[in-house]
Design a binder for this molecule. Structure first.
Ligand code: NAD
Length: 474
């Protein structure tokens, strides 16, 4: 199916924006019970009413197995909603903070208020999860929202629109389908917050557009997430977890282990364990496996195949896979070894089912390599030695890390999710998502005349002494 075209004119988009602007205080001033009611309706829609349609849309967009859809698209949204329903009262309640003695007679608290009219732009790889996930936080915080899903997952984007329409009025939450022009029109409007998930290159365009209106941004971006396996790691566990986390969604996952850095002494054993688990998970003929999805479109299929070809031309060897069909948008899970560090595949985010395996002799090599690149969205460590794990964490930088695991930090709503610099700005999930869509308003309340009034002009020696005392003691 062809990608979605731009359908609405700038004036039509602006009208939808203005309607939400006019309605924002009504939405913001709804009780917590009413916000929760909306979230419960969304939960029922995702978990029950539209669950089969969601599975079908994902099958039509990716040939994704229904169980994988449940785990990676349904569960993260329902998990986020449940977490929010349980915590919203606490998050929205006023938080008393102490007031310095110098301001005796006053009290202070923080009140989270909605930012206002928000824009959520989402990518194609997990269309439901990455559109509804941030929406949950935005609703919890009391905002109105315009959603712009990706143009590349046509079935999913149409269904997202249908689901939203079944719960919200347009002046509350509305889906605007379209491609780059639509996105650009939206980005020119003075939103109160923009939550963007996508590539670092488009993230820069979003941030530049937001700067014109001084709109705050959350940027959930991508990058190359290294996975480090030292000599002490449990190889079988590492292989099983990495094969799962790398090849789920055919590798089209922002937090997938992008490449492996393994100690040279265990490389051969690790490659064998990867080969074993690829067969355990997907069978001997992966083209027939219902558990292995397809690439989103032909152009991404060709992009990934070019990465394999480029690395082969620079001496890489295929240790598994290599079979592909552009027409079927199929690329077999592929392991490549002897990868030259100046191959394209070690520069670009792979975002597909190809795993380069690079060996190292000592951990300093690993640290130097990782720190010579942009900060990754995730960095994974497999080791059974605490000192090694802590050394790697302390001497590298990443948005998030799993130790002896990968990808799973995304699912824990008590953890902030996001990158750092090139892999993202700001955090999402749970309270961190709620915070992203809120302004932490400071409220200072003067109950009785305060000591500060004794320090106001005109100044004299006595007041200067009081000021000196204040600086020294309060
Ligand atoms: P993308 O940046 O190409 O597109 C994302 C969205 O931006 C789409 O809705 C698209 O219509 C819009 N867009 C594209 N070009 C634009 C432009 N010039 N101006 C304005 N809007 C534009 O990303 P993608 O290909 O859909 O997704 C893959 C990327 O997303 C990868 O880099 C991946 O790592 C990243 N990602 C990050 C996370 C995360 O949570 N950090 C999650 C999923 C994907």
């Amino acid at each position: 199916m062809e990608a979605i075209k731009d359908t609405l004119s700038f004036n039509e988009i602006q009208t939808l924006f203005n309607n939400q602007k006019g309605n924002q205080f009504k939405v913001a001033n709804r009780s917590i019970v009413e916000r929760k009611k909306k979230l419960k309706q969304l939960k029922t829609a995702i978990e029950v009413t539209f669950r089969d349609e969601i599975r079908t849309a994902l099958y039509n967009d990716f040939k994704k197995h229904p169980s994988e859809s449940d785990l990676t698209e349904i569960y993260p949204i329902t998990g986020e909603i449940k977490h929010t329903l349980n915590s919203l009262k606490k998050w929205t309640g006023r938080k008393r903070v102490s007031t310095p003695l110098a301001f005796l007679g006053a009290s202070s608290h923080i009140q989270y208020e909605p930012k206002g009219v928000c824009l959520i732009i989402s990518p194609w790889n997990f269309p439901f999860n990455l559109t509804f996930g941030p929406l949950v936080s935005a609703i919890a915080a009391g905002n109105t929202v315009i959603l712009k899903p990706s143009e590349h997952t046509v079935n999913s984007s149409h269904l997202i629109k249908k689901i939203v329409k079944s719960i919200f009025s347009e002046d509350e939450v509305v889906v605007i389908e379209g491609a780059v022009e639509t996105s650009k029109h939206l980005l020119s409007l003075p939103f109160n917050h923009i939550f963007f998930t996508g590539s670092p290159n488009v993230g820069k365009i979003v941030m530049a557009a937001a700067a014109k209106n001084l709109t705050s941004v959350t940027l959930e971006l991508g990058g190359k997430s290294p996975t480090i396996i030292d000599e002490t790691a449990n190889i079988d566990n590492a292989a099983k977890r990495i094969v799962w986390g790398k090849f789920i969604n055919a590798g089209q996952i922002c937090i997938a282990p992008d490449y492996i850095l393994v100690h040279e002494n265990i490389k051969e054993e690790l490659v064998k364990a990867f080969q074993k688990y690829l067969k355990v998970f997907f069978g001997d003929d992966i083209t027939r496996s219902e558990a292995f999805p397809r690439i989103v479109n032909k152009s991404h299929t060709k992009r990934i195949l070019n990465l394999i070809e480029d690395s082969k031309s620079k001496g890489a060897e295929i240790a598994f896979g290599g079979i592909s069909s552009v027409d079927d948008k199929y690329i077999q899970p592929t392991l490549i070894t002897n990868v030259s560090l100046d191959s394209e595949i070690m520069e670009q985010e792979i975002f597909g089912p190809v795993l380069p395996i690079i060996s190292f002799k000592n951990v300093e090599e690993v640290i130097n390599h990782v720190n010579s690149k942009e900060k990754p969205l995730a960095l994974y460590i497999y080791s059974s030695k605490k000192t090694n794990i802590n050394y790697l964490i302390k001497n590298t930088r990443a948005g998030g890390t799993c130790v002896n695991s990968n990808d799973i930090h995304f699912f824990n709503n008590n953890l902030p999710f996001g990158g750092s610099n090139n892999s993202g700005i700001g955090k999402s999930h749970g309270f961190f998502g709620f915070q992203a869509f809120s302004n932490a308003r400071s409220i200072y309340n003067q109950h009785v005349p305060g000591a500060l009034e004794l320090l106001m002009p005109p100044y004299n020696n006595f007041k200067q002494k009081l000021i000196d005392l204040t600086i020294k003691w309060f």
